[in-house]
Design a protein. Structure first.
Lengths: 149, 765
């Protein structure tokens, strides 16, 4: 079952990243649930596994176009796929760091792993109903997916 | 028990090494303590000390006298030997004088007897000097030889006698031994003759013979008496020395036995100690608890259980402070609490049991890095005991238990209990529900929630579209809540109500953004989960009952939820709807201390496409009628009405004109005054306009979203959603809506729904 304070902590982590690293705030869209099937993912997805008091997965997924603009915004001329993956991992790291700060040792959060959309749909625990939070930045849209039991 | 044994052994094992455990800031007491420790240390060696003292006493009491006795015996024996040897000198002198006389008579050689006399005199002189204890002679005998003689009066008298007789004899012998030369003269004339000196020698020797005969015998007798006394004394000393040796032997045996006993005792004690150490080691190696001692500076002692390494995942732990041990695995706040608690334990003023009863470390959550980026969470239980040494608090014994399984089990049990309680509550609610109604509700609620989720998912960035979402979601949720209320599903109703509260809060915000909807998504997830569990629960109970139930049996408490929707006949559906409406009416009326009865007519002819709409309209209208219309029994009696109000739901097919649904109550009717007041309070109208409007202009306000004459919102009314939802439904169905009222008599809601033929033709066109 989702808890608003927990989801908001993860969301704050993502929002904070855009505010600090991209120096431009992100607009949070209306969150919704994924009631059937796999949640929609973009080109690259940073996945954090959560264990301990709660179990589940937190994902940050973003399209290639958004990541490229983000890299450029951060004065990074190398917009290779490798750098995009690193960037997604960095956002995921910021999210997990924020969660560690707020939840302390209640949450055991893994090191992020990066998954490309070419690897197929994201496989999340079927017994959970993920909440998808659109993150609109400029003309692009990324998503934060929180799937916790 | 284990802890106390361990403590005992630890104390014994550490011995005086605990001297470093005294608290800082107690310097005056330290000296006294040091003296006590010195005394204790001496007491610890009292065995060897006693043996040493005994040996010294034995030496003084037995060996020294024995040594003296031996010396005296030696002296006595030497004196006896000397006296015995010199006793013959008197006879030697007498014989030599006799030989001298004979030689002189026969003109023989006289030097030989003379020399014998001289030698005897020298011997006797020496004897006299020795017996006189002349200190000028060297040697042990000379020092002590006289003692046996002088120490005895008889011997002293005999010595005097000896000296006197010898001196007299000596005077007689001196002229004889003074002769030098040859006592003879040889001449032709007379041949060999005694010369002058020879004649004198003859005279003196004859005198000496007389003296020797007289005094020599006395002297010999005196020496004989001395010898006899010395012999007796020697015999006495020997007997005494034997006795002393016997005592010494006994003493030696006793000391030897004592030493043997002491050695055996020490050996036994050492064995016991070694065994105790072995047992302690065994306990510390085996015990699952973490056991360690904290000194006054907060450091962990060298001896601790092996489990410490497992519990704290570090090695070594000895010498670490409690802070160093806990800091990596507990939050700062817990660490501060722990240190503060230990500080209190060190205070002698606080009672141990009292302090332990408030132990904040009975269930401490600790986390360890697993090395692969993850963390392992466990729960540890700490217990503290004061350890006293000589009555003074010296250490804290800390025991640590891994209570992770217990905590996890407790939490799981609590969750299960909560879940079970929730299921029981749900089940109790479900048991009251007609299975057909429940099936219908679950399906409708699922559809409504999916619609809500679809509304959330619909992209919207502008404020207006976001607020539009809120209104649409509100109506859907209100429908769910209304039906749940009608069915008495309080757990669903309360969740829907909370959802509405959140919606209301958002509506009242000056501006809304997408992120604000997170609370709705989370609550929607909760409602989904709850309805799923409700479905699972019903499904679980339905199967066996379904198998046992007779076909067509629609009695309450029979969960035929799996039945396909298409086979529900109109009569059965009407019955379910009537039950739903009646339950709702009774519950809402009961909650408000009112009484009401339901009268229905024609609900069995409600066509399937309008069944949901009729139900939703009726639900909202009935709640409204009971809350706003029907009076409490006392007021009704005063107004000349029956105590129980009547609520009529009538549905009729009017052919081409469509269908008419009338919901009427015989309550207080609509209060235009209250409607005006509410319109002004909610800022919809100003007071002047409100006063000017007539009933035709005022009544439509009742269908306006957010308008309610109820001051405080509760689960059945007050949000201004119910009638708004009715209007919305009617509008969606292209129907018409009317409301009329007679103050103090009735309120009638009239809905006209288009005929289905017309609807189909419109759809085709």
């Amino acid at each position: 079952m989702l808890k608003e304070t927990e989801v908001r902590t993860f969301l704050d982590g993502a929002v904070h990243y855009f505010e600090v690293s991209a120096r431009q705030p992100v607009a949070v869209g209306v969150p919704y649930l994924v009631t059937t099937g796999a949640p929609p993912v973009n080109d690259f997805t940073g996945v954090i596994a959560v264990s301990g008091k709660r179990k589940g997965v937190i994902c940050f997924t973003a399209p290639r176009s958004m990541l490229m603009v983000l890299l450029m915004r951060m004065n990074e001329s190398d917009t290779s796929e490798e750098n995009m993956r690193d960037l997604v991992g960095e956002v995921a790291n910021t999210i997990s760091g924020n969660a560690r700060r707020d939840f302390g040792r209640d949450f055991c959060i893994s090191v992020p792993s990066i998954v490309a959309s070419s690897a197929g749909p994201l496989s999340l625990p079927t017994e959970m109903r993920p909440v998808v939070i659109p993150l609109n930045w400029r003309t692009h849209s990324a998503r934060l997916i929180v799937c916790l039991s | 028990m284990i802890a106390s044994e361990w403590l005992y052994v630890m104390d014994d094992r550490n011995g005086n090494s605990n001297s470093g455990l005294h608290r800082v800031g107690q310097v005056p007491g330290a000296e006294i303590s040091a003296m006590k420790k010195l005394l204790n240390r001496l007491l610890a060696f009292r065995g060897p000390m006693l043996i040493g003292i005994a040996l010294t006493g034995f030496a003084f009491a037995v060996l020294l006298p024995g040594f003296q006795l031996a010396g005296r015996l030696d002296d006595t024996t030497a004196a006896l030997r000397l006296v015995s040897e010199q006793r013959r000198q008197a006879d030697v002198v007498a014989a030599a004088l006799g030989a001298l006389r004979d030689r002189l008579d026969s003109f023989g050689y006289v030097d030989e007897p003379l020399n014998e006399v001289r030698n005897s005199m020298a011997e006797l002189d020496s004897l006299e000097r020795t017996l006189n204890a002349a200190t000028d002679l060297g040697g042990r005998f000379a020092v002590s030889a006289s003692r046996p003689i002088r120490s005895s009066p008889e011997l002293a008298a005999d010595l005097v006698t000896f000296q006197a007789t010898w001196q007299r004899l000596r005077l007689g012998l001196v002229p004889v031994v003074a002769f030098q030369g040859v006592p003879y003269a040889d001449s032709e004339a007379s041949g060999v003759q005694l010369n002058e000196g020879g004649r004198l020698l003859v005279q003196e020797s004859r005198k000496a013979i007389v003296v020797a005969r007289r005094d020599g015998a006395q002297m010999s007798a005196a020496l004989g008496q001395i010898a006899a006394a010395l012999e007796a004394q020697s015999t006495q000393l020997s007997a005494f020395l034997r006795l002393l040796m016997l005592v010494a032997f006994g003493g030696t045996l006793a000391v030897g036995a004592s030493l043997t006993y002491y050695a055996l005792a020490r050996r036994r004690q050492a064995l016991l100690l070694a065994e105790a150490r072995l047992q302690t080691e065994g306990i510390l190696q085996t015990v699952k608890e973490g056991l360690f001692l904290l000194d006054s500076k907060g450091h962990i002692g060298a001896a601790h259980s092996a489990s410490m390494r497992r519990l704290f995942k570090r090695d070594p732990v000895a010498g670490l402070s409690l802070q160093e041990l806990l800091a990596p695995i507990v939050p700062d706040r817990t660490l501060r609490t722990a240190l503060r608690f230990v500080e209190i334990l060190w205070s002698e003023r606080t009672k141990e049991n009292l302090v332990r009863s408030i132990n904040p470390l009975q269930e401490v959550e600790v986390s360890f890095e697993t090395g692969s980026g993850g963390q392992e969470t466990r729960w540890l239980e700490f217990d503290f005991h004061r350890v006293r040494n000589d009555g003074k608090l010296s250490n804290l014994l800390v025991s640590v238990n891994d209570v992770t399984p217990r905590v996890r089990l407790g939490r799981e049990l609590a969750e299960l209990r909560e879940k079970a309680q929730s299921q029981v509550d749900t089940l109790l609610g479900v048991l009251q529900v007609n299975p057909e109604q429940l099936r219908s509700f679950l399906a409708d609620a699922d559809t409504a929630m999916r619609m809500i989720n679809a509304m959330l998912r619909e992209p919207a960035k502008e404020e207006a579209s976001l607020r539009g979402k809120l209104e649409a979601i509100f109506r859907q949720m209100h429908g769910i809540k209304g039906e749940a209320s009608a069915l008495g599903l309080t757990t669903v109703q309360s969740r829907a109500h909370e959802f509405e509260d959140a919606l209301k809060a958002l509506r009242e915000q000056s501006s809304v953004s997408g992120g604000d909807f997170l609370t709705l998504a989370v609550r929607l997830d909760d409602l989904f989960s709850h309805l799923e569990s409700l479905g699972d629960l019903v499904e679980r109970f339905a199967q066996p009952v379904q198998a046992a139930a007779a076909p067509g049996d629609t009695g309450r408490g029979l969960f035929i939820v799996g039945a396909p929707r298409a086979v529900v006949d109109p009569g059965r559906a009407a019955s379910g709807l009537i039950d739903t409406l009646d339950q709702l009416l009774q519950r809402v009326a009961g909650d408000r201390g009112k009484s009401a009865r339901l009268v229905t007519n024609g609900l069995e002819v409600v066509p399937e496409p309008y069944r949901r709409a009729v139900k939703d309209i009726a639900v909202q209208a009935i709640r409204n009628s009971v809350v706003h219309g029907i009076e409490i029994p006392e007021l009704r009696r005063i107004g000349g009405k029956a105590a129980a109000g009547t609520l009529t739901v009538q549905f009729c097919d009017e052919g081409a004109a469509g269908y008419r649904l009338i919901i009427e109550d015989d309550g207080a009717g609509l209060s235009l005054r209250r409607i005006r007041e509410a319109a002004v309070e909610r800022g919809i109208l100003c007071a002047e306009d409100a006063a000017r409007l007539d009933s035709k202009q005022l009544l439509p306000l009742l269908f306006r979203a957010g308008f309610s004459t109820h001051a405080v919102a509760d689960e059945d009314a007050g949000r201004g959603v119910g009638m708004s939802l009715v209007a919305e439904i009617v509008k969606d169905l292209n129907g018409r809506l009317g409301i009329s009222s007679g103050e103090g008599r009735y309120t009638r809601l009239s809905v006209v729904l288009p005929s289905l033929q017309r609807v189909q033709s419109v759809a085709v066109a």
